[in-house]
Design a protein around this ligand. Structure first.
Ligand code: NAD
Length: 269
């Protein structure tokens, strides 16, 4: 567990609020779940990987109110199951973080329809599925918040990832549309755009993007990208979590329909 400045600043702020974080078993999602738990929320970590049970157990042993549900967010029935679990546990939902996402790397001519659709299904369609399931619960909350994972690739497409870029641009459009529809119900919807966070996803990127399709030795591609970041370092999961704590807090109550970069200045639009 890493130290989280955001959860110190917002200590106790989220007491009594219930958060569901998809892709919460590892990487950025686990950092987000930890931060909300430390700031007082009850947190359900949802992941398709069984490792989510261990992740929740570690946080519980540290004294936080954290549970888990095993679900593939691209599967409608399993999504319903995860939301039924949070209702069962805590009687409702206040904060939904649609963080789960996948990437594959392919040149255009090798990219199959199946691979294209798989990435769209997890990164975009699943966000819609979870938002739809969450809507009645968030309406009942009177303080509902949705935070959706986009990416720097929701700002600009990169080589060998047309499906991933399409999926992350899609998240921003989906979030803007829902922000308008749900505002009268007191629900705010924003998306967040991380730059480089050193998770398993980037280990895969470095191998596939850098070494297989690019001309890079292991570690060289990610280093080249980090060198191009004005703040000269990759993000920690806690950097992303700090933004989300602010957006979900009462201090963020006038912010909706936005896509916010959290990338050390990599993108400035
Ligand atoms: P990761 O691959 O390290 O972890 C993703 C987690 O989501 C894993 O626990 C995985 O099991 C889970 N997951 C994947 N598909 C799922 C599904 N269908 N149902 C349920 N759980 C599923 O990824 P990460 O780096 O932590 O990325 C988190 C989010 O941030 C993703 O949406 C990603 O696209 C986005 N993002 C990451 C970076 C980065 O540099 N790492 C940059 C920009 C955006």
């Amino acid at each position: 567990m890493t130290d989280q400045i955001g959860s110190k600043i917002f200590q106790g702020h989220f007491k009594g609020r219930r958060a569901l974080v998809t892709g919460g078993g590892s990487g950025i999602g686990l950092g987000i779940g930890q931060a909300f738990a430390e700031a007082g929320a009850s947190v359900l970590l949802v992941d398709r990987s069984p490792k989510v049970a261990d992740s929740a157990a570690v946080l519980r042993e540290a004294g936080y109110d954290v549970e888990h549900a095993l679900a593939d967010v691209a599967n409608e029935e399993q999504v319903k199951g995860a939301f039924a679990r949070i209702l069962d546990l805590w009687g409702g939902l206040d904060i939904l973080v649609n963080n789960a996402g996948i990437i594959t790397i392919s040149n255009l001519e090798d990219l199959s329809v199946e691979e294209f659709n798989k990435v769209l299904n997890v990164n975009t369609t699943a966000v819609f599925l979870c938002c739809r399931e969450a809507a009645p619960l968030l309406k009942a909350s009177n303080n509902g918040v949705i935070l959706n994972a986009s990416s720097g690739q929701g700002r600009q497409g990169f080589i060998f990832t047309p499906h991933y870029a399409a999926s992350k641009f899609g998240v921003i459009g989906l979030s803007q549309s829902l922000a308008k529809e749900l505002a009268p119900s007191g629900i705010r919807v924003n998306s967040y755009c991380p730059g480089i966070v050193k998770t398993e996803m980037w280990e895969y990127n470095d191998h596939e993007w850098g070494s297989r399709l690019g001309n890079y030795k292991p570690g060289e591609l990610i280093q080249e990208w980090i060198d191009g970041i004005p703040l000269k370092r990759p993000a920690e999961a806690s950097d992303v979590a700090n933004l989300l704590l602010f957006l979900a807090s009462d201090a963020g109550s006038y912010i909706t329909g936005q896509a916010i970069n959290i990338d050390g200045g990599m993108f400035m639009n």
